[in-house]
Design a protein around this ligand. Sequence first.
Ligand code: PLP
Length: 367
Amino acid sequence: MQAKPQLSGLPSYKPGKPIEEVKKEFGLSKVIKLASNENPFGASPKAAEAIRQAASETAIYPDGYAAFLREKVASKLGVAKNQLVFGNGSDEVIQFLCRAFLSPDTNTVTADPTFSQYKLNATIEGAEVREVPSIDGVHDLDAMLEAIDEKTRIIWVCNPNNPSGTYVNQVAFESFIERVPKHVLVVSDEAYYEYVTAEDYPETLPLLEKYENLMILRTFSKAYGLAALRVGFGVASPKLISLLDPIRPPFNNTTFAHLAAAAALEDEQFITECVAKNTRGLEQFVAFCEKHNLYYYPSQTNFVLIDFKCPGNELFDYLLRRGFIVRSGEALGFPTCVRITIGSEEQNDELFGILEGFLAEKSVQQG
Ligand SMILES: *Cc1c(COP(=O)(O)O)cnc(C)c1O
């Protein structure tokens, strides 16, 4: 057997530990997962109801075109139906983009640190990955532009950025895309779009008319609370979408995912309430960090990256034993940080109590 050489030594994705596993391992009856930026308030009850009603419809393949969901998303966003491509999570759309544009004689430009899937999929396609260091967690768009050459095919803007939670504003994004050469696709990954409160966050949909080389990614996995169902989508020019359509596996979303996502999309009140609760939770985190003099990255998302000035894995283990799963910054490019998903008010308070215990132990150790 001879696989692509770029696959050798490629590690598999290490997800946050599953709740049940942690319960068993540490003999805990309650475990709270604040590791993968899932919605702590679940999803609109209308989503589960839609699945329940369709529960027996298992024998027939789903509608590969996702006509039902497509119609709803198109009208909600005010775009044409042929401007959408649905993926099994937006992760899969990232995969389509890499398959379509990247090969061994090309390169792609990303920020560093940023969401891991851009580099992974680009590497699998054999492309060179040009990682441009961020400044205080924020994409250095000028330096990213400078990294472009005639072999560049995709440039990724994770906005807000995972794992830092920081964002690029409208003026910065527009001046950036204006300067990106037309042979380069700009991907604006907006997985946390619903959570953003900054007024100068870019509204990218109107830019699609002007830029045929723009792809916007959104997902139902975060604020909509449907991570288990795997639905995300890309919005772009019809020309770009028609390029991706043949790559998409014919039945890549389940019928249940289509129905639940469509129902969740209509429950605007649920999203409004979750976003308001998240904003208050973020304020709790900011107050906690300020009280304890901890550096945190300003977040426009439902997670906060906090610098505890100790190995991230150490705090990760400490919290795990006490029933909280978070993400160590060590695997995310911020070795002295942990990334914590904002939970419910009670979950946050409980977490802060444990973190205070950790900080007290640390200060005793340091004398
Ligand atoms: C969570 C996340 C995604 C992937 O979401 P899916 O569940 O695959 O839709 C994409 N981009 C970023 C930045 C994310 O944080």
